[in-house]
Design a protein. Structure first.
Length: 191
């Protein structure tokens, strides 16, 4: 592995980003749930929002998004990671709303305990909001206590790709809304 992440600063044209947001906003919404072995809901069946507070929509069938994510995921893999990957991934449109104090605490995207045949290997995140549209909402990595916010990723249309096992978070959005696309490119189990 040559790098911990790979960033394209403002790579995607604003009109393309606005079209993505418009399409994704029409999809059905879900509360974001962190799968913790049944600990996501309280005894009354209410969703517990201690680890993550956001709204998600699934855009798995959007061909344009699939092409963009695969293109940049494979570029990052070729330049930085060298993982064995396949064209298999989900696409999550995520909204962190300042009115709800949206956030996602420290986590990794890997799925080592899944019963599936593949591991999540490369996380790809596309920034869909301009930083002037919200406050807070910083994307950060934790490398053994060294907190790093990648330069260039805040800009609308920016893309970051990183190994799914890297610990990261989105800090609380205190005002406005922060929208992003998140995907996890998979591959055969790590050995």
């Amino acid at each position: 592995m040559k790098h911990d992440w790979y960033v394209w600063d403002g790579e995607i044209d604003e009109k393309v980003i606005d079209g993505i947001v418009k399409r994704c906003e029409k999809l059905p919404t879900n509360d974001a749930v962190v799968n913790k072995g049944g600990k996501d809901f309280d005894s009354d069946g209410e969703h517990i929002k201690e680890e993550r507070r956001s709204i998600v929509r699934w855009a798995n069938r959007d061909r344009e998004l699939r092409d963009i994510i695969w293109e940049y995921g494979t570029k990052a893999n070729d330049k930085a990671f060298g993982f064995d990957i396949i064209d298999k991934f989900e696409i999550q449109y995520t909204t962190y709303d300042g009115d709800d104090k949206g956030f996602y605490t420290w986590h990794a995207d890997n799925n080592y305990f899944s019963s599936g045949h593949y591991d999540r290997k490369i996380s790809v995140v596309i920034q869909l909001s301009d930083p002037s549209e919200y406050e807070g909402g910083k994307f950060e990595f934790d490398f053994n206590g060294d907190i790093v916010s990648p330069k260039g990723f805040d800009k609308k249309g920016s893309i970051i790709a990183f190994p799914s096992f890297h610990k990261h978070r989105v800090t609380e959005v205190t005002k406005g809304k922060r929208n992003s696309l998140v995907s996890w490119i998979e591959g055969p189990h790590f050995k």
